[in-house]
Design a binder for this molecule. Sequence first.
Ligand code: NAP
Length: 286
Amino acid sequence: MMKDLTGKTQIAGVMGWPVGHSRSPRLHGYWLTRYGLDGAYIPLPVKPDKIGEALRALPVLGLRGANLTIPHKETAIPFLDEIDDLARRVGAVNTAIVREDGSLLGTNTDVFGFSQNLLTAGFSGQDSKKAATVLGAGGAARAVIVALEDMGFESITIVNRSLDKAEKLRDNLQQGKKLSVQPWDKLAGLLEQSSLLVNTTSLGMVGQPELEIDLSPLPLQAWVTDIVYTPLMTSLLSEAKKRGNPVVDGLGMLLHQGRPGFAAWFGKDPEVTEDLRSFVLGESLS
Ligand code: NAP
């Protein structure tokens, strides 16, 4: 049950259009209750052409900041006073923070969310020194690739249905020789060399076609992760688990990406626990 609001309640929210599907109010609401903080986190339906006005209103209204979701992650950038290095590298902002002087800082916490999800599941620095294969070249792939680079991968290969989009992404990310692009028909050879396989396409998500790939060339010690989390156990993860690969589902990325924003707005680095996973799963994903 929501606690009483006071005159001192710190408020943050999520801006999206539509925003009703967002799980962020449930996630941050759980943490606010868990830590007994005088805070509130609200959905903010902001039309695409109103993002500038909405962002500028944050300090005027005394809000602490906001998460940004589709369709605002890139269009918000010109309306922020500063974006940090992560947001610049990814080319997208998912968290805006109102600073003491009322100025707005933008960052991208999907990078942290992706890497924390893998690392807390037991993926080690030793594994990360090898090759990663990333399926997909959409918005989410950008943050995943930046995270993989920061985790120390020696080589990262993007495989995407539309080769031109993958090439554009590679050129935008400017990671030099580390990042390359290959067509789907080269996947088997890439899997043989991979220590990590990541699905960032929407394939396998409820309502989308299945992701159908032959995992047989993938070494059994290679990790497999899917950022799709509806369903939690995608067919990619089920297949990989069945043959003995360590697997990590995508829910943890969503939960961990919320941590830096919560810490900036409400002053507490919150924990991702089994109870939180069940709470988010209980209502949203069953
Ligand atoms: P997006 O920008 O629309 O990109 C979709 C990607 O999927 C593109 O690479 C696209 O390939 C590929 N794709 C779509 N349909 C395909 C098909 N029939 N055959 C082959 N490839 C296909 O989406 P996004 O924002 O990156 O999100 C992708 C998924 O990640 C979604 O399911 C989203 O819910 C999930 N996600 C999870 C988290 C998390 O926290 N766990 C965070 C963000 C996103 P083309 O380039 O060829 O079109």
